[in-house]
Design a protein around this ligand. Structure first.
Ligand SMILES: C[S@@+](CC[C@H](N)C(=O)[O-])C[C@H]1O[C@@H](n2cnc3c(N)ncnc32)[C@H](O)[C@@H]1O
Length: 242
């Protein structure tokens, strides 16, 4: 097992496979704020037929992969934390293909029509190489949608000394540490413009840039002792045109 992988240690905290009452606010926000925007994008721009191949990259404990498979997609979930994949495999049906590995394993897989990813790319330093692997496994006219941290939210948290530390800059944070319960995880914050630039160079057309706010309903259910005026997510959507 990859023992220097913090996400193995954090797999219990990020286990979203049990009922809602057991899910921490750290991950409930993905489900209630990020997922709906991503699903809306897939509905608007994805292929009309449902049984197409979909890659959920950085799938964690597999809940979004499961949601997508329930919607009719043929889903492969990839995550490099073996403990996350173990939880996903135990919780969900065998017809979702859960694989542990990073983007280098994608070249072994058949092409996909859709790639999704929730709060994963900011943990990958060599994002250019990861995006090459994703571009190579996504069909032409395929769609790509992902959620990452909103840089403005990171800036706010840095000023309040919450979760993020040891950054290169507070005004324009790009590289630092996310401290999750003592796990110091290197994190790489990029703006929408930076992601667009990287992906346009690989033949992706930008179609979506949204920063969905925390909702009253969410904050009532999951009170947060951190600033919530800045949206947590930056969600970007693309079509591969070449
Ligand atoms: C914040 S968690 C999000 C998990 C899941 N997407 C969710 O919404 O609950 C980040 C995930 O990215 C995965 N990850 C980080 N770097 C990765 C890489 N290079 N390749 C694949 N997965 C990676 C971690 O193992 C972890 O499961």
């Amino acid at each position: 097992m990859n023992s220097d992988n913090h996400w193995n240690t954090l797999s219990t905290l990020f286990d979203t496979t049990s009922d809602e009452s057991n899910i921490s606010s750290l991950v409930a926000d993905n489900i209630f704020i990020a997922w709906p925007e991503m699903l809306q994008f897939i509905n608007a721009y994805g292929p009309l037929e449902k049984n197409v191949r979909l890659l959920e990259f950085g799938c964690g404990s597999g809940s979004f992969a499961y949601k997508l498979s329930k919607l009719g997609y043929t889903v492969t979930g990839v995550d490099y934390a073996e403990e996350m994949i173990k939880i996903a495999k135990t919780a969900y049906d065998t017809h979702i293909d859960f694989l542990s590995g990073d983007s280098s394993i994608l070249s072994r897989l058949s092409p996909f029509s859709i790639v999704t990813s929730v709060m994963t790319f900011q943990f990958i330093e060599n994002i250019d190489s990861c995006f090459n692997d994703i571009a190579n496994v996504l069909e032409k006219d395929g769609i790509f949608v992902f959620a990452v941290h909103n840089p403005a939210m990171v800036q706010t948290y840095l000023k309040a000394r919450i979760l993020f530390e040891d950054f290169d800059s507070i005004e324009k944070p790009s590289k630092g540490i996310l401290n999750l319960r003592g796990n110091r995880i290197p994190i790489f914050i990029r703006t929408a413009e930076e992601y667009n630039q990287l992906l346009q160079a690989k033949g992706f057309e930008p179609l979506l840039e949204v920063y969905p706010p925390f909702t009253e309903e969410f904050l009532t259910k999951y009170p947060m002792d951190a600033p919530t005026h800045q949206p947590e997510f930056l969600i970007l959507g693309y079509k591969k045109t070449q």
